[in-house]
Design a protein around this ligand. Structure first.
Ligand code: AMP
Length: 768
C-alpha cells in the first residue's frame, strides 16, 4: 500500500482522522507500516504491553476476552475503518482484551512514538477518541450490556444471549410437581417446556411441549428421583432436543427464598446449598424441595454449571421503611422483615410493559399484579422494586388459592388459646385451607369460583368479591407508595385468564387514572399475547401480560455465568481502590432559578473544584424550606443545569418534612418539591428533591479494566473497624468521570466513613 493510499484511507475512512491536518497525516504515514494477519491470528493479546495503534483496512476482527474455563466473550466487532490499540496507548495500561482476526486482515500500524507525538497531541483527536470510547460503552449498555454483537432489536434483553451456544435447562421443583424448560441459545426454536404433575400419587403425568408437538404420558407412581429420570428420558427421547444429558451446559434452579444474603442469582456451591437449607425455615413448603432438586440435578448433570435464581432477589431494593415490620428492631436484625416473592415474574412483566410502551424501563412507575395460586402486587419505581404485598414468607398480602394472606397477627394467638392449635395446625390453616378455598368452602380454582358465583353460589360470590377487592386495595397502596402509576399489569393464571377479576379490581379507580376498555378486557387473550385493555384516555396503561418466569430464570442463569467472568476481573489483585466521597446536601440550580434567588445577571461564583472535572462548589448557598422546617447553608453546585435538583440526606428530609424517593441524578419525575430561599428571593419548585442512589463514577478505561459497563450495579467493600459492604451501587461511565464512590451523608455517618476512605469493588450485582 503506497503512503499516499494510506493517507487517503486514514483521512476518508477512519473517523478519528477526519479533518486531521494534512501535514501531520503525511508525517504519520511516513512512520506507519501495513501488516496482514491470517484468520484466527492474534493482532493484540490480552495482558501484553501494547505499543501499536492500528486501523483496519481490509477484513474483519473481533475484540474478545476469554474466561478461566476457556469461554470466549466478544466485546466488539471491527470492520474496515475501525481502529484498535488506542485504549492501552492512552492509559498506559496493559492490553485489556484480545484483538483477533476473523478473516484475513490488513491494517495500517502506527507505533507508540508516532501515535503519541503526532496523534494524541492534536486536541480534536483526543476529544473524538474520548467520545468514541464513551459512545461505545454507552451503546453496549443500552443494548442490555450484552456485548456489541447484540442487535438493537432487543433493547429489553428478552432473547437468550450467549457468545458461544449454550444448552440450558431451567428447573422449578415443587412438592408434587416439577417444571422443566430446555433452551438452546443458538436455536431458540428448539425450546422445550415440560411439567410432571402429581408426583407421589397414582395420577403422575408428564406433559412436554415443543415445536414438534405435545407429548403426554402417564408415569408409574414414584418420587422426585423417578420424575428426574422421566424428564431425562423425555429430553433425550425420539422427539427430544438432546442425545445425552452431558450436552446440558448450564442449569438454572428456581429457589423461593434467598433471604438477605442473596441479592442476585449465584453459581451453586456447597456454601450456597447450605444457605438455601438454612432458609428452609422461612419457606418450609418451597426451599427443601428446591434444594432436593438442586442436589439431584447436580448428580445427574455433573458437568453443567448450576445457578440458583431467587424469587426474593428482585425485592432487595426495598427501602427499610417498606421492609420493616413494627416489631422491636432486634427482630429485623434477626432477619424478620419483608422479603417479597414472585420476583422473576414481576421483573419480566414490567420489562414487557416498558417494551409495549416503548419507554425506558427505569423511567416508569409500574404496578404489577401477579394473580395465580400464589398472588402478589409489586410497586416497581423506576426499575426498582420498592414495595410488595408478600412479606417474610409468601403467605402475606392478598388472599390466594389456599393461603389466607394478611391477617391480624393476634388471630393466630387467639386460635392457639381458644382452639388449642399448634404451630403445624396454624401453618396448615393459613397456607393450605384458607384463601379462595377456605372462603368458598369447595375450591381454590378461580374458574370454578366464577362458574359457581355465576350460578348464584353465595360463598363463591363472597370469595370472588373479597379477592377482587383486595387486589384493588393493594393496587391503590402500590400507587401511593410510588406517588404515581404509568402502567398497571395483570399476570398469573387469574390475572391472564379472568376478565371478571380484572374488571372488578379496576372498578372505581378512574380517579387514579385507571379506565378499562371493557370490550378489550373481555376479548383479551392473556395467555397468548400482551393485551392493552385500557381506553386511550386512561392516564394509566392497563396491560395483561403472559408471564414467563422460566425465560427470566434462563436469562439470569446466563448472565450469572457471564458475571462470574466479570467477577474474576473485578477481584484481580491489581485493581485500583475506589476513593469514597461523602456527598453533603447540595442543590443544582437552573439559570432561571439562579436569577430568581440571587438577582438579575448573577453568575455563580466558583469556590472550589469538585473531583469530577468541570463541576465546582459555589460561594452561594441557599436555604431550603419545607412544610415542617428549614435547612440553612445548602451549597449550590455549578455549573447551572437544565432543571433545579435538590439532594438531601435522611435527617434533613425529616427536618423539612419531605419524603423524596431514591433516584439517580437527573431523574426528577414524580419527586417532591421544596421552597428555596436566596438573598434576592424565593422559588418554590413542584418537583426536584431526591435522595441520590449510591453510585460510582468511572471513566471508560476504568470500566474496561473492571469489565463493567454503564448502569451495571455492583457491591463495594470498605475495610474499617469492621468490614462493610454497600450493595446496589450504580456504575456511571463517562470520559469526564474520575473513579469515586458517592455516598449519602447519613449513610456515611452511620458507617463511620469520611471522605478519602477507599473501597474495593467486591462483586457485580446486576447488569443493566
Ligand atoms: P397460576 O398459579 O399462575 O398457574 O394460576 C392458577 C390460578 O389461575 C388458578 O386459580 C386457576 O383457576 C386460575 N386460572 C387459570 N385460568 C383461568 C381463567 N381462564 N379464568 C380464571 N382463572 C383462571
Amino acid at each position: 500500500m503506497a503512503k499516499v493510499d494510506m493517507a487517503n484511507f486514514l483521512a476518508t475512512r477512519v473517523k478519528l482522522f477526519k479533518n486531521f491536518p494534512a501535514g501531520r497525516l503525511h508525517q504519520l504515514v511516513e512512520r506507519a507500516d501495513v501488516r496482514t494477519f491470517e484468520p484466527n491470528e492474534a493482532i493484540l493479546e490480552f495482558g501484553e504491553e501494547n505499543r501499536i495503534f492500528g486501523a483496519l483496512v481490509e477484513g474483519q476482527a473481533i475484540v474478545a476476552v476469554t474466561d478461566d474455563s476457556g469461554l470466549q466473550h466478544r466485546l466488539a466487532e471491527l470492520n474496515p475503518g475501525d481502529f484498535f490499540g488506542e485504549m492501552a496507548l492512552m492509559t498506559g495500561d496493559k492490553t485489556c482484551a484480545d484483538v483477533i482476526a476473523v478473516t484475513r486482515c490488513t491494517a495500517i500500524i502506527i507505533g507508540e512514538e508516532a501515535f503519541c507525538s503526532l496523534v494524541t497531541t492534536h486536541p480534536p483527536v483526543v476529544r473524538t477518541l474520548s467520545k468514541l470510547i464513551s459512545d461505545r460503552v454507552r451503546q453496549q449498555a443500552t443494548q442490555g450490556g450484552e456485548g456489541a454483537f447484540r442487535q438493537g432489536d432487543d433493547p429489553y434483553g428478552f432473547k437468550l444471549h450467549s457468545d458461544s451456544p449454550v444448552r440450558l435447562l431451567v428447573l422449578n421443583c415443587g412438592s408434587s410437581s416439577m417444571k422443566y424448560n430446555f433452551y438452546d441459545t443458538a436455536h431458540e426454536i428448539r425450546s422445550v417446556h415440560g411439567v410432571i404433575e402429581n408426583i407421589g400419587d397414582d395420577k403422575t403425568r408428564l406433559r412436554q411441549v415443543s415445536t414438534l408437538g405435545e407429548k403426554v404420558e402417564s408415569l408409574p407412581r414414584g418420587d422426585h428421583a423417578d420424575a428426574f429420570d422421566a424428564m431425562i428420558t423425555a429430553l433425550t427421547g425420539r422427539d427430544g432436543p438432546l442425545t445425552s444429558p452431558d450436552e446440558v451446559v448450564a442449569v438454572g434452579h428456581r429457589v423461593t427464598h434467598g433471604g438477605e444474603r442473596f441479592h442476585h442469582a449465584l453459581p451453586i456451591d456447597e456454601a450456597v446449598e447450605a444457605e438455601i437449607e438454612r432458609l428452609s425455615l422461612l419457606a418450609p413448603l418451597h426451599n427443601p424441595v428446591n434444594l432436593a432438586g438442586i442436589r439431584a440435578a447436580r448428580r445427574l448433570f455433573p458437568h453443567a454449571r448450576h445457578v440458583a435464581v431467587f424469587d426474593t432477589s428482585f425485592h432487595q431494593t426495598l427501602p427499610p421503611y417498606a421492609y420493616l415490620y413494627g416489631l422491636p428492631y432486634e427482630y429485623a436484625e434477626k432477619g424478620i422483615r419483608r422479603y417479597g416473592f414472585h420476583g422473576m415474574s414481576h421483573a419480566y412483566v414490567a420489562l414487557k410493559a416498558a417494551e409495549t410502551l416503548q419507554r425506558p424501563y427505569n423511567e416508569l412507575e409500574i404496578v404489577s399484579c401477579h394473580l395465580g395460586n400464589g398472588a402478589s402486587v409489586c410497586a416497581i419505581d423506576h426499575g426498582r422494586s420498592m414495595d410488595t404485598s408478600m412479606g417474610f414468607t409468601p403467605a402475606e398480602g392478598l388472599i390466594m388459592g389456599t393461603r389466607s394472606g394478611t391477617l391480624d397477627p393476634a388471630i393466630l394467638i387467639y386460635l392457639m388459646r381458644t382452639e388449642g392449635l399448634g404451630a403445624d395446625d396454624l401453618d396448615r390453616l393459613i397456607n393450605r385451607s384458607s384463601g379462595l378455598k377456605g372462603l368458598s368452602g369447595f375450591t381454590n380454582d378461580m374458574r370454578s369460583i366464577e362458574k359457581a358465583a355465576d350460578e348464584g353460589h353465595h360463598r363463591a360470590l363472597l370469595a370472588f368479591k373479597t379477592f377482587c377487592y383486595q387486589v384493588r386495595k393493594h393496587v391503590g397502596a402500590a400507587m401511593a407508595a410510588m406517588g404515581g402509576m404509568d402502567a398497571l399489569i395483570f399476570t398469573g393464571g387469574i390475572g391472564q385468564g379472568s376478565a371478571g377479576v380484572r374488571s372488578l379490581a379496576c372498578q372505581g379507580l378512574a380517579r387514579m387514572g385507571v379506565v378499562l376498555d371493557e370490550e378489550k378486557n373481555q376479548a383479551a387473550r392473556g395467555f397468548d399475547e400482551v393485551c392493552l385493555i385500557s381506553t386511550p384516555e386512561s392516564a394509566v396503561t392497563v396491560l395483561v401480560v403472559p408471564t414467563d418466569e422460566e425465560r427470566m430464570i434462563a436469562r439470569e442463569t446466563l448472565r450469572t455465568l457471564d458475571r462470574s467472568f466479570i467477577s474474576s476481573l473485578i477481584k484481580k489483585p491489581d485493581q485500583p481502590l475506589v476513593p469514597i466521597e461523602v456527598s453533603a446536601h447540595h442543590v443544582h440550580l437552573s439559570h432561571e432559578h439562579v436569577v430568581a434567588l440571587f438577582g438579575p445577571g448573577h453568575v455563580l461564583a466558583p469556590r472550589s473544584e469538585l473531583s469530577q472535572p468541570g463541576q465546582y462548589a459555589c460561594r452561594e448557598t441557599v436555604t431550603l424550606i419545607g412544610s415542617k422546617g428549614r435547612v440553612d447553608n445548602v451549597r449550590v453546585l455549578g455549573p447551572p443545569r437544565k432543571e433545579t435538583q435538590v439532594e438531601i440526606a435522611m435527617t434533613e428530609q425529616f427536618k423539612l418534612g419531605i419524603h423524596p424517593p431514591v433516584r439517580e441524578s437527573g431523574d426528577l419525575r414524580n419527586t417532591p418539591g421544596v421552597t428555596l430561599e436566596g438573598p434576592a428571593g424565593r422559588v418554590t419548585i413542584t418537583h426536584g428533591v431526591i435522595c441520590a442512589q449510591r453510585h460510582i463514577h468511572m471513566s471508560p478505561a476504568d470500566a474496561l479494566r473492571f469489565g463493567l459497563r454503564d448502569r451495571y450495579v455492583v457491591q463495594v467493600k470498605v475495610d474499617g473497624d469492621r468490614e462493610l459492604i454497600f450493595g446496589d451501587v450504580l456504575v456511571r461511565v463517562h470520559p469526564d468521570y474520575r473513579l469515586s464512590l458517592h455516598l449519602d451523608t447519613d449513610e456515611a455517618n452511620a458507617a463511620g466513613i469520611v471522605s478519602g476512605t477507599r473501597g474495593t469493588i467486591a462483586e457485580i450485582q446486576n447488569r443493566a
